[in-house]
Design a protein. Structure first.
Length: 216
């Protein structure tokens, strides 16, 4: 049986370290690119991978990756996740200078809290519209010129959902409409816009021309 030489055994850990460093460098580049393009969920996922792949003894670097993941989660409106990631960074003794530079701690304790409908410090009142009740994000609401049809974007899952949004981590956004019945009451559930049911890219924030003939 052939046995590896001592010289080869000495080089093996070094080669493994280089491979891990190369992998980390690639992940970091991808995470920064995701941040640049606004792919918040993808950036959060990649920074979490970097956190997991960093040795536990490198506490400050792990704390920094956790902070970057928290910032990405906050930009993606995943406030609970952002708080948890920020707290993890603090437990790893993230330097105060980095916290002050990111301003994430102050933001999460004020602006994000004020936007929550259950917050006593809320800047406005938020009421649930049961016809649009969903576990996913609804956004970009607009009306047709006659005011009888509501158009909006949604990340709600459907049988056609195949791709995940790199921005939100939810199914790709689709356009929906909710109409009124003859007596003025709203229909029980929205329908996806005909011809746009299977989204291959993010769709959202619909608006109509004044004559109602063109959709933007």
């Amino acid at each position: 049986m052939l046995r590896p030489s001592r010289h080869l055994l000495r080089l093996l850990p070094f080669a493994l370290l280089l491979a891990l460093s190369s992998c980390a460098g690639s992940l970091l580049s991808r995470a920064r690119e995701a941040e640049r393009t606004g792919a918040h969920y993808e950036a959060e996922r990649l920074y979490k991978e970097l956190y997991k792949s960093t040795p536990t003894k490198e506490r400050q670097r792990r704390a920094l990756y956790s902070l970057r993941a928290a910032e990405a989660a906050y930009r993606g409106r995943r406030y609970a996740t952002a708080r948890a990631l920020l707290q993890r960074a603090q437990r790893l003794h993230l330097p105060d200078s980095l916290l002050r530079k990111s301003k994430l701690y102050t933001t999460l304790s004020t602006a994000a809290l004020q936007a929550e409908d259950s917050s006593p410090q809320g800047l406005y009142e938020v009421e649930r519209f049961d016809r649009l009740r969903s576990t996913r994000s609804e956004f970009g609401v607009s009306f047709t010129p006659d005011g009888r049809t509501l158009l909006f974007g949604s990340h709600r899952p459907t049988a056609l959902s195949k791709s995940i949004s790199p921005v939100t981590g939810e199914p790709l956004g689709r356009l929906y409409r909710l109409g009124q019945q003859a007596d003025g009451t709203w229909l029980s559930a929205p329908d996806s816009l005909q011809g746009l049911a299977e989204a291959t890219a993010e769709l959202g924030t619909p608006s109509l021309s004044p004559d109602g003939r063109r959709l933007y």
